[in-house]
Design a protein around this ligand. Structure first.
Ligand code: ADP
Ligand code: MG
Length: 718
């Protein structure tokens, strides 16, 4: 056999030719190398050669027997095969090519999927080999073997892909180059790449398939982690950060601004940040923690370190409302200090705005708060040393912001209230440093969570009415704004593309799972105020209100002038009213768990016991089970893991949007341990050989380029 090369065209593989090669090309497969890495999406049992009497429906099997009859109406072809235990029919719809080769008395070996027709087992369009009657064949193989099942399309069917792959596998040496360095293969007990690829397509045993998959999954994860390790290494080596050491005096001065001692979890995060800021390297740290766990205080600590060094800091929020809330809260902490802070509002009169911007540019403002859009677009800084990005529930969309600043690029602190499952943290955000605040400040009340069916609506609302009359406040969240069917309510705080994590699941369809029209905010408001909540003061909040209108509703609610607000998920990011203790979510089964967790977080700020009612329309056992997690735990990390398991990383995270390659062998949920190993190995490798110059690492850069293309520019800068 001639030597096979990875860039050989598929066209020249046995049985392909130009016409079929075009079909392969429609799947993006042009070369033998690409075909070899086109893995089956599942495997099925091929039972090897079996006796005809043992054939089982729907299995793929191989039989061997004598041709006892040939017939069928042309152009079809019907062949009867007898092996002494029974008769099986082989059927083709187009005889021309076969008929010339099959003859009565021939020995035939046929492989195909078993169906039943007229009480006889039958194979439609099987693959066959035809032999002379007296040929001596090796004894039949028996036993279970798995074959790959491939994703094809209208023209290119699984069977042809499989056949073509098997033809390539006939070669004793495949054009497969090892990527994972030998010491790591030995350390982790991984089979070599060629073996893994063979076994992935045509595993001789279950164990071989598992080994192959594990090896290829490791490789995928290893390359991702390698990219992350390189990116991090480049950042730390090539970019300088402003040195902002924290002296005991500075530390004391900052802590004196807070009316409470920091919690141990906050202290730990502060220690991480202090180390970063003093290191002379740029900080890129993610601060994770549930709503209300005290991140803002930690972020303000960091800002004040910058200010103590005569520099500026910026806090960027996802919405105007949140920016205003940050500013107000920060203002309370800073009252009486000399720190000059400014809120960049969208609606500022032109002159005030000009003056504010000029003051920032001259360095007369220490702390600038605003939305990301505003700060990035408009502001020229004098001495910007730190940027805090509050992403709330949006995680990982860490853009590398460019600032108009004279100095070097600033330190970054990104806050997110969405607990990120560790696997995702290690991949998508794998080059960041992470601090996690898991425990909340003392004095928080507990929240009772109930999952109920819509039949309980009157009961729930009647009960809640009594609590509202007793002085509590409630949110009622609905998935849709108004009458127009199909309009999602998720307000997108900035001009970012729609974020899959904030849109109710399937909200684009107008119908709920049970065919009921989704309850709109307006209808729900009417239903409540004309029904069980008649006479109560109930506000209305949704993304289509002008921003002044929104603010008014929020102010009224915060001041206790409203008993409740009926809202879209805009409250998830927009509202921070610590007195509210009741959260009711309509169509809760339409939301992701992480989003429900965010919503529930809105009532976690009070010391009074809270109540969260999830109304799940048409909840089948699965919907109820999904939501049961919410009733069981308030630990955001546990909920995030459950969400990842339920929805998969794609939907939860939009992995592609984050530049992650599609995973073909690895699974971010089940390969957690493998991921940890791959990460450990990749980071160690980059520590020892940051430029991947060693000979045994020669295959790594080309592999990274193949996988990531130009998505990881920093790697190419090496
Ligand atoms: P996050 O930004 O994580 O949502 P915040 O920083 O806004 O949380 O804090 C939530 C609430 O907890 C605020 O009202 C804040 O004053 C309070 N808080 C923060 N840290 C502490 C602490 N160490 N002790 C007591 N209360 C705290
Ligand atoms: Mg906050």
């Amino acid at each position: 056999m001639p030597q096979l090369r990875a860039d050989d065209a598929i066209q020249y593989v046995k049985g392909v030719g130009p016409r079929r090669a075009a079909w392969f090309a429609s799947l993006g497969l042009k070369t033998v190398g690409e075909l070899l890495e086109y893995f089956p999406f599942r495997h099925e049992y091929d039972s090897g050669e079996v006796a005809i009497e043992d054939l089982q429906l729907d299995q793929i099997a191989t039989i061997r027997g004598e041709v006892v009859d040939i017939g069928g109406r042309p152009p079809g072809l019907r062949v009867e095969v007898d092996d002494g235990t029974g008769t099986c029919v082989l059927r083709w719809f187009n005889r021309e090519r076969r008929a010339s080769r099959i003859f009565r008395g021939a020995t035939i070996v046929a492989t195909g999927k078993v169906t039943l027709y007229d009480d006889l087992p039958e194979m439609v369009q099987p693959q066959v080999q035809v032999y002379e009657p007296d040929v001596v064949l090796s004894p039949p193989q028996r036993g279970q073997r798995q074959v790959g099942v491939y994703r094809g399309n209208a023209q290119l069917k699984n069977a042809l892909i499989r056949r073509t792959v098997l033809a390539v596998l006939q070669h004793p040496r495949l054009p497969v180059e090892e990527i994972v360095p030998a010491p790591l293969r030995a350390k982790r007990g991984l089979v070599d790449r060629e073996q893994a690829i063979r076994d992935m397509h045509a595993p001789p045993t279950d164990a071989a398939l598992q080994q192959a998959r594990r090896r290829l999954a490791y490789e995928e994860l290893f390359l991702i982690e390698l990219a992350m390790a390189l990116r991090r290494d480049r950042r730390l080596r090539l970019q300088a950060g402003r040195k902002l050491p924290v002296t005991p005096e500075i530390d004391q001065r900052i802590r004196a601004r807070f009316p409470f001692p920091l919690t141990p979890a906050q202290d730990a995060a502060v220690r991480d940040i202090v180390a970063d800021l003093g290191s002379g390297r740029p900080m890129t740290r993610l601060l994770q923690g549930d709503v209300g766990c005290g991140k803002t205080v930690v972020a303000l600590y960091a800002c004040l370190v910058a200010v103590a060094h005569g520099c500026q800091a910026a806090i960027m929020a996802p919405t105007e409302i949140l920016a205003a809330q940050h500013f107000e809260r920060i203002g309370q902490y800073l009252a009486g200090s000399r720190v000059r802070a400014v809120l960049l509002r969208g609606g500022l009169p032109a002159r005030q705005r000009r003056e504010a911007l000029a003051a920032v540019e001259r360095g007369e403002m220490d702390l600038v708060v605003g939305t990301q859009a505003l700060i990035q677009k408009d502001v020229a800084f004098n001495e910007l040393a730190l940027v805090v990005v509050d992403e709330q529930h949006k995680f990982g969309v860490l853009q590398r912001h460019e600032f108009r600043t004279k100095g070097i690029q600033p330190h970054y602190l990104v806050m997110t209230a969405t607990p990120i499952p560790r696997t995702l943290g290690m991949t998508v955000l794998g080059d960041l440093d992470v601090s996690v605040i898991r425990a909340s400040p003392p004095g928080r009340g507990t929240i009772e969570t109930r999952v109920v069916t819509p039949a309980k609506w009157d009961l729930v609302m009647g009960y809640v009415r009594r609590r509202l009359e007793g002085g509590e406040q409630a949110y009622v969240v609905c998935p849709l704004i108004g009458e127009e069917p199909g309009q999602p309510s998720g307000e997108h705080p900035t001009a970012d593309p729609p974020d899959p994590t904030i849109e109710p699941r399937g909200s684009r369809g107008a119908k709920a799972g049970n065919g009921r029209e989704l309850t709109s905010v307006l209808a729900e408001h009417a239903r409540l105020t004309q029904g069980p909540w008649r006479g109560l003061r109930v506000g209305l909040l949704h993304g289509s209100l002008p921003s002044g209108g929104k603010q008014q509703v929020i102010d009224d609610f915060a001041a206790g002038r409203l008993h409740a607000i009926v809202a879209t998920t805009v409250v998830e990011v927009g509202v921070d009213v610590s007195a509210a203790t009741i959260m009711i979510v309509e169509h809760a089964d339409r939301f992701g768990l992480s989003q429900l967790h965010q919503l529930r977080g809105r009532i976690a700020r009070s010391s009074r016991p809270g109540l969260c009612v999830l109304i799940a329309a048409g909840s089948g056992p699965r919907a109820a089970q999904r939501l049961a997690v919410m009733a069981r735990t308030t630990d955001g990390f546990k909920i995030a893991e459950a969400d990842l398991e339920q929805r998969g990383p794609g939907e939860l995270f939009g992995t592609r949007q984050h530049g992650l390659p599609e995973l073909r062998a690895a699974d971010l949920v089940s390969d957690y341990e493998l991921l940890e190993q791959a990460r450990e190995d990749a980071f160690a490798l980059v520590r020892g050989d940051p430029r991947l110059e060693r000979r045994e690492h020669a295959a790594l850069l080309p592999a990274l380029r193949r996988v990531f293309g130009d998505r990881l520019r920093l790697i190419d800068a090496a």
